[in-house]
Design a protein around this ligand. Structure first.
Ligand SMILES: [Zn+2]
Length: 136
């Protein structure tokens, strides 16, 4: 049985609570759904040296790919200052490019604000004119 969008929202919120964000105090959570229905979560993990920090979306995709998953259908992203969700928290440019490596144009990207306030987008919408393996 696959998760509903509202269940996915709550899963991403649980992941957000695990964020290590002592510098920005922005807590972000992601829940990535594989084509077999399995879900991998991620949170942002900051670092005193800043550059080694990683976003929630890339944490989730790294967990999934390292477990052998490469085909994904959708991702839910939530976030907010001090872990309080006040609006959408869209993926950064680096995460969009990393998602693009494994996700097609119709991959669903959801920005969750609450269980019943979820924005639906596609890979193509959030990263138009993208560079991918198809261009190599
Ligand atoms: Zn990012």
């Amino acid at each position: 049985m696959s998760m509903t969008d509202s269940q996915l929202f709550n899963t991403a919120c649980d992941a957000m609570k695990k964020a290590y964000a002592p510098y920005s105090e922005c807590y972000v959570g992601a829940a990535l759904v594989c084509d077999d229905g399995s879900v991998y979560t991620g949170c942002n993990i900051e670092n005193a040296a800043f550059t080694p920090g990683i976003c929630a979306e890339r944490t989730a995709i790294s967990k999934a790919v390292s477990e052998g998953k490469r085909r994904f259908t959708k991702i839910m992203v939530v976030g907010g200052k001090d872990g309080v969700i006040k609006g959408t928290f869209p993926p950064c440019g680096v995460c969009r490019q990393v998602l693009r490596e494994f996700c097609d144009d119709d991959f669903e990207v959801m920005f969750g604000v609450s269980e019943d306030n979820i924005e639906h987008h596609t890979m193509k919408e959030i990263l138009p004119f993208s560079f991918s393996s198809k261009d190599m």
